[in-house]
Design a protein around this ligand. Structure first.
Ligand code: ADP
Ligand code: MG
Length: 229
């Protein structure tokens, strides 16, 4: 595990709405996550896990504070670039509870769709996709449709898709919630392997305590505060 920072936040705050609709979600968060770490994020429903993940992914804008992704300061009381989309494209991979593969595209076309939209050369994105399918032991499925794969296999494809842009950070929102115990352990072990071998920082929201033993750190949101346990 390297000690290089992948994510750092200082005094990060997030609330939604005003007046009667005001919801305070994250108060004064301070933490660093290093490259190579698999960090579990746990908290009750509605505590702000998805909101925190979406801020780290430059999707939701914080209200105040400072945030670095890698060495780049991306937020200081406002986004420091107009192109948050570019930061996402270059640095971040997302994995969700549902795999969100496109049902009418085969596996390899699902993987190359976004890179091709981002003008990556066809041959390069195909080669990357094949390398990842190999890595995840589903090389023979490249021409299959998502409906022909099991839930666990589709989630592996979704993880492969998150790696297509060689991200420094992977944000996974309950990636195992739709899987049974064995498949869940498979997916978490796979994320652990990716963190280690590719020096990626992974933040994974989970409700399943049985997954925690595979994680390097456990981050919790308690009373709007982000703490490590
Ligand atoms: N876009 C939004 N507008 C207003 N409130 C929101 C929005 N997104 C989330 N919230 C509120 O923020 C709180 C945290 O939500 P969320 O991050 O989805 O929690 P979790 O993922 O831990 O279940 C909840 O009270 C939720 O209602
Ligand atoms: Mg959530």
């Amino acid at each position: 595990m390297s000690t290089e920072q992948a994510i750092k936040v200082e005094n990060l705050n997030k609330s939604f709405g005003k007046g009667d609709a005001f919801v305070d979600v994250i108060r004064d968060a301070n933490f660093t996550i290093n490259k190579g770490e698999l960090v579990a994020l746990i908290a009750p429903s509605g505590a702000g896990k998805t909101t925190l993940l979406m801020m780290l992914g430059c999707v939701d804008e914080p209200n105040s504070g400072t945030m670095w992704l890698g060495d780049e300061k991306v937020y200081k009381n406002k986004w420091l670039t107009k192109e948050t989309r570019k930061i996402r494209r270059e640095k971040i991979g997302f994995i969700f509870q549902a795999h969100y593969l496109i049902p009418f595209l085969n596996i390899i076309d699902n993987l190359t769709l976004l890179p091709q939209a981002n003008k990556v050369k066809d041959a390069d994105s195909k080669a990357k996709a094949r390398e990842l399918l190999n890595y995840f032991d589903i090389a023979e499925k490249e021409k299959a449709m998502p409906s022909q794969l099991s839930g666990g296999q589709n989630q592996r494809v979704a993880i492969a898709r998150a790696l297509m842009n060689n991200p420094q950070i992977i944000l996974a929102d309950e990636p195992t919630a739709a899987l049974d115990m064995n498949r869940s352990v498979d997916v978490v072990k796979m994320l652990k392997k990716i963190a280690l071998e590719q020096d990626v920082a992974i933040v994974m929201v989970t409700h399943d305590d049985r997954m925690l033993e595979y994680c390097d750190k456990i981050m919790k949101i308690e009373d709007k505060r982000v703490i490590f346990i």
